[in-house]
Design a protein around this ligand. Structure first.
Ligand code: FPP
Length: 250
């Protein structure tokens, strides 16, 4: 593997007009990256966590205001107890270690997903990080933990049904504008570009409702090898795409 330069990174090309405002990433390939090196899977997750900072910090350079990353899915509980516990511990350490630099860089952090299965210490750290960065506006980073698109829609529907039962919402009002207000992402714009690393061409239950009109990039790079240059290149090529949202261009 090429050694990464420690000095200040080279500036990326200026944002392409019409580039993506919101990029969502399925950070896949940590396990294979570690296996290729004869190391345990958690070694790959630690390497993957380091990539997050580089990509967050590249966002303003390429004109990305919102970055949403898939850190742990509702299906990831099926992994071994060692891997699940290791990932939870990594999330706790990441939040503790990165709070200051994320804040100083102007990142507003939000978490999406169902918190009920997460341990109290992690939930506390997540709440504190959201609170500590609440006034930042430079980059909106959303981290999906215990997140599944179907689970999110089911939870949203439950809350919506509760509002109907309480008489707060008229069923006649339920439409494409109303339902997303109950999703975890209610304050975020829809993603323009979804990137999945590691050569798998699946969306794996990520932002199902929100990505209806997103562009997709499935790339072979394993997440721990993903660089700001590759990120910049994908954002630049997005700028040249012709999105019609189902309409015919006149
Ligand atoms: C998928 O790779 C990756 C995960 C399930 C975990 C993602 C977590 C990180 C990138 C690190 C932590 C993130 C934060 C925000 C601190 P995989 O394990 O499925 O890889 P494989 O397909 O090669 O086995």
């Amino acid at each position: 593997m090429m050694k990464r330069a420690k000095s200040k990174p080279e500036p990326l090309p200026a944002p392409t007009p019409g580039g993506p405002r919101h990029v969502a990433i399925i950070m896949d390939g940590n396990g294979r990256w570690a296996t290729q090196r004869g190391r345990p899977r958690l070694f790959g997750h630690h390497a993957g966590a380091k990539r997050v900072r580089e990509i967050v910090e590249a966002c303003p350079d390429v004109g990305v205001e919102y970055l949403t990353i898939f850190a742990f899915s509702t299906e990831n509980w099926k992994r071994t107890q060692v891997e699940v516990a290791g990932l939870m511990s990594l999330f706790r350490r990441y939040i503790t270690k990165e709070t200051r630099s994320l804040s100083e860089f102007g990142v507003r952090v939000r978490f999406i997903g169902d918190r009920v299965r997460l341990d109290d210490k992690l939930i506390k750290l997540m709440n504190e990080l959201e609170e500590a960065t609440t006034h930042n506006t430079r980059v909106h980073l959303t981290i999906a933990i215990n997140y599944g698109g179907r689970d999110e829609v089911a939870r949203a529907t439950k809350r919506l049904a509760q509002d109907v039962a309480k008489g707060v919402l008229d069923p006649e009002q339920v439409d494409e504008e109303t339902l997303p207000r109950y999703l975890d992402t209610y304050v975020l714009p829809d993603p323009d570009l979804v990137i999945r690393t590691s050569g798998e061409a699946r969306i794996s239950n990520f932002l199902l409702w929100q990505s209806a009109y997103a562009e997709y990039e499935f790339i072979d790079t394993l997440w721990p090898d993903f660089t700001r240059e590759e990120f910049g290149g994908l954002c630049a090529s997005y700028g040249g795409r012709d999105r019609r949202f189902g309409a015919v261009k006149t």
